[in-house]
Ligand binder design. Structure first.
Ligand SMILES: Nc1nc2c(ncn2[C@@H]2O[C@H](COP(=O)(O)OP(=O)(O)O)[C@@H](O)[C@H]2O)c(=O)[nH]1
Ligand SMILES: [Mg+2]
Length: 400
C-alpha cells in the first residue's frame, strides 16, 4: 500500500505529461486539417460565398504567441538551416542530384568528351534547367577545367552552379530583408511593404503566413493584409494564418477592390507603427490581361499610400513543381509589376530542383526564400552557398 502511495506522484506526472503531449499532437493535427481544408477551398474556382466567411475582419487577429522560427543570424542557426534545407531538398538530392553525381563520377579525366557533355545536358534538362542555363554550366565547367586540370569535377560544377545564383545582376538589387536576404533587417521604425503575387495555388497565402512568423521573430510588428478579396474562403485562410502565427490582420468584406483594400492596409499599418506589411493577393493567370492590369493598379495604389514609394519587395511566388512554366509566369508578372525577387515553394515536392538556377540565371531575379513544406517553419531564407551545400549533401546522409 505504501509502495502504491509512493508511486502516485510519478503516475500523476506521467498523466500530466501525456496530456500535454496529446494536446500538442491534437493542435498540430488540427492545424494540418485546417491547412488541408484551406487548400481544398483554394482549389475551388469562382467567387463562391462561404457562410460566415465575411466574419474575418480587422481586429480579428488574436494575440496567440507566434510559432517562432529559429533565428538565422548565428552559425548554429545556419547549420540547422542547412540541415532543414537538405531535408526539404531530399527528393531533389535523391533524384536530380543523384543522377548528376553519377555522371560527374564518370567524367573523363582529360578532355571532356561529347558523349559525356550530352549526358550532363540530359540530366540538367530533365531537372528543369533551361537550355541556355545548361549551356552556361557546360561552358563554365570546361573553362574551370582548362584553368586547373586537377580540379575535381564536382568542385567545378558546384562553383558554376553557385555563380548562377549570385550573378552581378542579382546581387546588385538590394533586399528589404537584409544584406544577404538571409537575415531579418534591423527595426528602423519605418514600414516595409512586401507584396506577394503569383498564379493560383502557387503558395502565396501560405508564404504570407510563414513570412509573417519569420519577420515577427525578432519582435517586429507585422501586419498581414488580405488583398485576395475575391473569395470569402481566401480571406478566412489568411485570417487563420494570422491567428496561428499571432500577427495582426487587415482584411475587408469580399468583393472590395484589392487596390483600395491595400491602400487602407498601408495607412492602418503606418498608424499602428508596424515594421512590416505583408500583402497577399489573388491568384491570377499571367495570360489574363485584366487581372495583370489590376496588379499594376495595386502597385500604384501602394505607391500612392506611401508618398510615391511602391512595395519594398514584390515577390513572385513560384511553385517549384511547375518547372519551366514558372519561368514564363515570371516574365509576364515582371511586366505587370516589376519584381524584386522570387519565393520558390514546394521544393520538398520536386525531384528536379533545377528551376532555382533557371530563375536566377534566366531572369536575373534573386530567390529570397524557399518553401520546403506546409508548416510555419518550412520557409527558409535563401542563401546560395547553403543551397548548393544542401543540394550536394549525400542523399543517405540525412534522415527525414
Ligand atoms: N509541400 C508544400 N506545400 C506547400 C508549400 N507552400 C504551399 N503549399 C501548399 O500549397 C497549397 C496552395 O497554397 P496557397 O498558399 O493556398 O496558394 P495560393 O493560391 O498561391 O495562395 C496549400 O495546400 C499549401 O499548404 C511548400 O513549400 N511545400
Ligand atoms: Mg491564396
Amino acid at each position: 500500500m505504501t509502495e502504491l502511495f509512493d508511486l502516485w506522484p510519478a503516475a500523476l506526472g506521467a498523466l500530466a505529461l501525456g496530456g500535454i503531449a496529446f494536446g500538442l499532437f491534437r493542435q498540430r493535427s488540427s492545424e494540418r486539417a485546417r491547412t488541408a481544408s484551406d487548400s481544398h477551398d483554394e482549389a475551388r474556382q469562382g467567387h463562391e460565398e462561404v457562410a460566415g466567411g465575411a466574419a474575418a475582419r480587422e481586429g480579428d487577429a488574436q494575440t496567440r504567441p507566434a510559432a517562432r522560427p529559429t533565428s538565422v543570424q548565428t552559425d548554429t542557426a545556419a547549420l540547422s538551416d542547412k540541415a532543414a534545407l537538405a531535408s526539404g531538398l531530399q527528393r531533389s538530392r535523391s533524384g536530380f542530384m543523384a543522377q548528376l553525381r553519377r555522371v560527374l563520377g564518370n567524367a573523363p579525366s582529360s578532355e571532356l568528351s561529347a558523349a559525356w557533355v550530352e549526358e550532363v545536358e540530359a540530366v540538367c534538362l530533365g531537372a528543369d534547367i533551361g537550355v541556355s542555363t545548361v549551356d552556361k554550366i557546360i561552358d563554365g565547367v570546361s573553362s574551370q577545367r582548362q584553368a586547373d586540370p586537377t580540379l575535381s569535377m564536382e568542385h567545378a560544377v558546384r562553383a558554376v552552379l553557385k555563380d548562377l545564383l549570385v550573378s552581378p545582376g542579382i546581387s546588385a538589387s538590394g533586399s528589404a530583408f537584409g544584406a544577404h536576404s538571409t537575415a531579418v533587417s534591423g527595426r528602423d521604425g519605418t514600414l516595409k511593404v512586401i507584396l506577394l503575387v503569383g498564379v493560383n495555388g502557387a503558395g502565396k497565402t501560405t508564404t504570407a503566413g510563414k513570412l509573417a512568423a519569420h519577420l515577427a521573430s525578432d519582435g517586429s510588428k507585422v501586419v498581414l493584409a488580405a488583398g485576395d478579396t475575391y473569395r470569402a474562403a481566401a480571406l478566412e485562410q489568411l485570417a487563420g494564418w494570422s491567428r496561428r502565427v499571432g500577427v495582426e490582420l487587415f482584411t475587408s468584406e469580399p468583393g472590395r477592390d484589392p487596390a483600395a483594400v491595400l491602400y487602407d492596409a498601408v495607412k492602418s499599418a503606418q498608424a499602428q507603427g508596424a515594421q512590416w506589411l505583408i500583402a497577399d493577393t489573388a491568384g491570377r493567370l499571367h495570360t489574363k490581361a485584366p487581372l495583370m492590369d489590376e496588379l499594376a493598379r495595386v502597385g500604384k495604389s501602394l505607391a500612392k499610400a506611401r508618398d510615391g514609394q511602391g512595395a519594398d519587395e514584390t515577390l513572385l511566388v513560384v511553385d517549384a513543381t511547375t518547372g519551366q512554366n514558372g519561368l514564363l509566369q515570371a516574365r509576364e508578372f515582371h511586366a505587370a509589376a516589376p519584381l524584386t525577387g522570387v519565393v520558390l515553394t514546394k521544393m520538398d515536392g520536386t525531384a528536379k530542383g533545377g528551376i532555382a538556377f533557371s530563375i536566377s540565371d534566366g531572369l536575373g531575379l534573386p530567390i529570397r526564400f524557399v518553401g520546403v513544406g506546409e508548416r510555419t517553419e518550412d520557409l527558409l531564407p535563401f542563401d546560395p552557398s547553403l543551397f548548393i551545400e544542401a543540394l550536394f549533401e549525400d542523399p543517405q546522409g540525412i534522415s527525414h
